[in-house]
Design a protein around this ligand. Structure first.
Ligand code: SF4
Ligand code: SF4
Length: 137
């Protein structure tokens, strides 16, 4: 299986404001975003600490951008984090993903970043899917 390129990136978590509906936090639902890691943005929204500033970096982002990163609240991250699709994961570019990567000196993803680099254990058959189809990690 290919390595999810997001694990080697993290740029979007240090480029955009990560705001979300206030009711997604754990003072409203127990499995929600830890409210201690958020600030109030307005009466309807909260924002991940560290992302509402000139040089953003989410408080939940661990690791080194462009090398190896993780989200310390991954199972409890907010909807905008869950719905941010990396370029070409689904076969389409995401200009915001590209923008974040470029801002951190990383090249935009290409379809090749989602190719499965395992050796094919099966012999090629005429109806075998073409090698290099984008794969979910
Ligand atoms: S900028 Fe794109 S590749 Fe990097 S972590 Fe975000 S979605 Fe993934
Ligand atoms: S909560 Fe996690 S996924 Fe969302 S911006 Fe922060 S580090 Fe990134």
């Amino acid at each position: 299986m290919t390595v999810n390129p997001c694990v080697l990136c993290g740029a979007c978590c240090a480029h955009f404001r990560a705001s979300f509906y206030w009711g997604e936090a754990d003072d409203v639902r127990p499995d929600g975003v830890p409210v201690a890691l958020t600030d109030d943005l307005n009466p309807y929204a909260r924002v991940m600490k560290g992302t509402n500033q000139t040089e953003p970096r989410c408080i939940a982002l661990e690791g080194i951008i462009g090398q190896k990163v993780s989200c310390s609240i991954y199972p409890r991250r907010a909807t905008p984090c869950r719905s941010f699709i990396p370029s070409y994961e689904n076969g389409e570019p995401n200009l915001r993903c590209d923008q974040a990567r470029i801002a951190h000196g990383l090249p935009p993803l290409t379809p090749a970043d989602w190719e499965d680099d395992r050796p094919n254990p099966e012999p090629e058959a005429p109806d075998h899917p073409p090698a290099g189809l984008p794969t979910a990690a």
